[in-house]
Design a protein. Structure first.
Length: 138
């Protein structure tokens, strides 16, 4: 009797682990893109995102369009560059999202399977205003 209880407990623990992993793999992180020239505000909110491969990133234009998301390429291996670029649908160039020209526009990508680390990104139209962020992949 005790053995079947142990097996049941182990099976339940395994099922909970699978469910927990599946739930996390579908996490969505929304990053708001805000620009207010009158107040000299240009930022991603939040500017620091922590995610895992398979998570969704949604960059949402709140104000100050046009915006874009461009990952810094310096120091990235060709494989990592390729994986990040491949994860960016409709990109306008390597490591670069399409230009988002209207408030309410979204750019959605899936965090690629790349080494853990911090990956910097910026908004190309507002780069001179230091509109930057980071994606930390666990």
């Amino acid at each position: 009797m005790m053995r079947s209880g142990l097996w049941t407990s182990m099976a339940l623990l395994g099922l909970l682990t699978v469910v927990s992993t599946a739930l996390h793999a579908q996490a969505t992180h929304v990053v708001r893109m805000v620009a207010d020239p009158k107040n000299d505000v240009y930022r991603f909110e939040p500017a620091e995102v922590v995610a895992q491969p398979g998570d969704a990133l949604v960059f949402h234009v709140v104000s100050g369009a046009p915006h874009s998301v461009v990952f810094e390429g310096e120091g990235l291996s060709p494989g990592v560059r390729g994986a990040i670029s491949a994860a960016m649908p409709g990109r306008s160039g390597e490591l670069s999202s399409p230009l988002l020209t209207a408030s309410g526009a979204d750019f959605r990508m899936t965090v690629p399977q790349v080494p853990s680390g911090v990956y910097a990104f910026f908004c190309l139209p507002h780069r001179a205003y230091d509109m930057r962020g980071t994606l930390t992949i666990k």
